[in-house]
Design a protein around this ligand. Structure first.
Ligand code: HEM
Ligand SMILES: [Cu+2]
Length: 643
């Protein structure tokens, strides 16, 4: 069957503007493995991100448990010091880059286009490419576990001179710093490409009437996060290129013996690293800003203030990187300036807290599972914020630096904040994605076990830190007064693991056997709730016309008149075609980067050739696309197979 006949049999009109190169027919299968490998549907790509992120979340959690077992008792010999270093490096790298960021990306992909009334993102193939590149970077980072050189062991911050050839030489049984460099570099490509796509989508593809000040807050935070990514990643890209040149070609950017400056690494790393913290937390704030109004049955209090404080946090985030370097001896002026700038960030963050509380104030609060996680977020994030303000004072930080106090602080922000919000988001949007609803009993049970386990694990770490226990050390002496708090923290980590386990089992059970949710189970406010659950491939049968903030709620409950007729789509609904080239191009990048990490230059060039062929085919097959005609069909949103 040729491609045209095939697409006829699927009920689609022949592809438009589709120049088919001789070497590949454009895939049209809508189910099965090929359909997933070649997908350009933002919802499927969102699911791919989400599933991968959850798997890496479990891997990172397993690494954390091994760390906690080792620290449960003094002078433990459970694991070697070398393995410990690999574990804390990979735990942090995995959680940040392979779990929390892609889980946010899953929501950006799945939810954002629905919230703005779009049929897909601006560049659907580029979107698929971003996912496959993400997976490539994740693989590169993790191959170290399976080969002799070992996993990266230099910390997620990769401070010089730990990364110099002197301390981490390849192929001598030492760890693979090069895998870390190339893995992060490849992940950066994915993040930047994805972010450009989201920015263009949000600016250009909003439904008629969806002005910027009517954008749902989650979409706003997607936009701010995307800008943070494209502005901060160049700093680490350059740092990694320089480090790679030091290690491959013997340059001396960070090499003291050649006149290099280790502190240059720290500046470049944290100019990226601090905004990265907001890249992790702003999407979470976006989710919370959707969940709290829905379950308080009130519009978000102070919408413009929430939006502008989000943007302000993003901007200020670029001016505070050196608070990670108070103890490097920057000088009093620099230290004072960075301390003040850091404290200033507490203001827009506090403003947001008051707005969320103001939204609940006098509201009709429904304590469903997503709301429970959101309330958990508010409390935990506030705790993390307070300890954050504590070390924004440089003299206090000089004591807390590199102690467990800092570990407690950032886990309160990253788990209590980012992870709680994302877990809330999964529950919140689950009915939309799969048409099923998680049981309230099991959902809430998982919440409470996670909540208790989390606090038992991390609250004692504040005291461990103030009592001087250093982070990133595999053993401690039994006479330091740290024994009981460490044991408690380890027990807490297991309670937390049980909670996460329950959460996952409940989600999986719901996916297969859960109770059907019906449409719009939470009485939603934003456009994504207006469509079928799960959504049809083309999202909206007719593009909605937006007349208010919270447009769906407005049309359901407040508007007396009918919305104006949407502009006709004379040729039917235009959908983008699937393509093989995103995954082929990403594969080229994977091969090139992997071989380069092993300084195997022939292999690297072969990967480069594949990459080039991918780009060549991609640009020659044309954007493609096909039409769906709804006029002849039954009117059931979930079926788009017209004719
Ligand atoms: C699942 C529960 C988790 C537990 C029990 C846990 C436990 C730990 C422990 C004990 C350390 C200190 C290792 C050391 O200093 O030697 C650590 C470090 C770290 N964790 Fe977690 N963690 C968890 C989840 C997360 C999440 C979700 C994130 C990020 C989103 C994260 C980010 C980090 C970072 C950035 C470090 C610093 C590593 C370093 O000092 O280089 N962790 N974790
Ligand atoms: Cu910072």
């Amino acid at each position: 069957m040729d491609a045209a006949a095939q697409s006829q049999s699927l009920g689609h009109h022949a592809p438009v503007a589709d120049r088919r190169p001789w070497y590949f027919t454009r895939p049209t299968a809508k189910t099965g493995l090929v359909s997933w490998l070649t997908t350009v549907d933002h919802k499927r790509i969102g699911l791919l991100y989400g599933i991968s992120a959850l798997i890496f979340f479990l891997i990172g959690g397993l690494e954390a448990l091994l760390i906690r077992i080792q620290l449960a008792v003094p002078n433990n010999t459970f694991i070697s010091h070398q393995f410990y270093n690999e574990l804390f490096t990979m735990h942090a790298t995995t959680m940040i880059f392979l779990a929390v960021m892609p889980l946010s990306a899953a929501f950006f992909n799945y939810i954002m286009p629905l919230q703005i009334g779009a049929r897909d993102v601006a560049f659907p193939r580029l979107n698929g490419f971003a996912f496959w590149v993400f997976l490539s970077g994740a693989i590169i980072l993790n191959v170290g576990w399976f080969v002799k050189s070992g996993a990266p062991d230099i910390g997620w911050f990769g401070y010089a001179p730990l990364t110099s050839l002197q301390y981490s030489t390849q192929f001598k049984g030492d760890a693979s710093t090069d895998l870390w460099i190339m893995g992060l570099q490849v992940l950066g490509v994915s993040s930047v490409v994805g972010s450009l796509n989201f920015i263009v989508t949000i600016i250009n593809m909003r439904a008629p009437g969806m002005t910027m000040m009517r954008l749902p807050v989650f979409t706003w935070m997607t936009l701010v996060t995307a800008f943070l990514i494209i502005l901060s990643f160049p700093a680490i890209t350059i740092a990694l290129v320089e480090l790679m040149m030091d290690r491959t070609f013997g340059t001396g950017f960070f090499e003291v013996s050649k006149g290099g400056l280790p502190i240059l690494w720290q500046h470049l790393f944290w100019i990226f690293g601090h905004p990265e913290v907001y890249i992790l937390i702003l999407p979470a704030m976006g989710v919370i800003s959707e969940v709290i109004p829905t379950f308080s049955r009130k519009p978000l209090f102070g919408y413009p203030i929430i939006v502008f404080s989000g943007a302000t946090i993003g901007l200020l985030g670029f001016g505070v990187w050196s608070h990670h370097m108070f103890t490097t001896g920057m000088g009093t002026m620099a230290t004072a300036a960075f301390a003040l700038a850091t404290m200033a960030i507490a203001v827009p963050t506090g403003v947001k807290m008051f707005n969320w509380i103001g939204t609940m104030w006098g509201g009709h609060i429904m304590t469903r599972t997503p709301m429970m996680f959101a309330l958990g977020f508010l409390w935990m994030f506030m705790m993390g914020g307070f300890s954050g303000i504590m070390h924004s004072a440089a003299p206090a930080d000089a004591q807390q630096q590199d102690s467990y106090f800092v570990v407690a602080h950032f886990h309160y922000v990253l788990i209590g904040g980012a992870v709680f919000a994302l877990l809330a988001g999964i529950h919140y949007w689950f009915p939309l994605m799969f048409g099923r609803k998680v049981s309230e009993f099991w959902g809430k049970l998982s919440f409470w076990v996670i909540f208790v386990g989390f606090n038992v694990t991390f609250f004692p770490m504040h005291f461990l830190g103030l009592n001087g226990m250093p982070r990133r050390t595999a053993v401690y002496d039994g006479n330091m007064g740290w024994n009981s708090a460490n044991l408690v923290a380890t027990i807490g980590a297991f309670i937390l693991a049980v909670g996460i386990g329950i959460y996952f089992v409940v989600i999986l059970y719901t996916y297969f056997k859960g109770q059907k949710s019906g449409r719009d189970p939470w009485d939603g406010r934003t456009l994504e709730w207006a469509i079928a659950h799960p959504p049809a491939e083309h999202n909206f049968d007719t593009i909605p016309v937006v007349r208010a903030r919270d447009p769906f709620f407005h049309e359901k409950h407040l508007a007396k008149d009918k919305p104006p007729a949407p502009p006709a789509e004379p040729h039917g609904i235009h959908m983008p075609s699937q393509s093989w080239f995103p995954i082929i191009t990403a594969l080229g990048l994977l091969v090139a980067a992997l071989f380069y990490s092993y300084h195997h230059f022939t292999g690297a060039i072969a990967g480069g050739v594949l990459l080039f062929l991918g780009v060549y085919g991609w640009s020659h097959e044309g954007p493609g696309g096909y039409h769906i005609h709804l006029d002849e069909h039954s009117g059931d949103d979930s079926s788009h197979k017209a004719h």
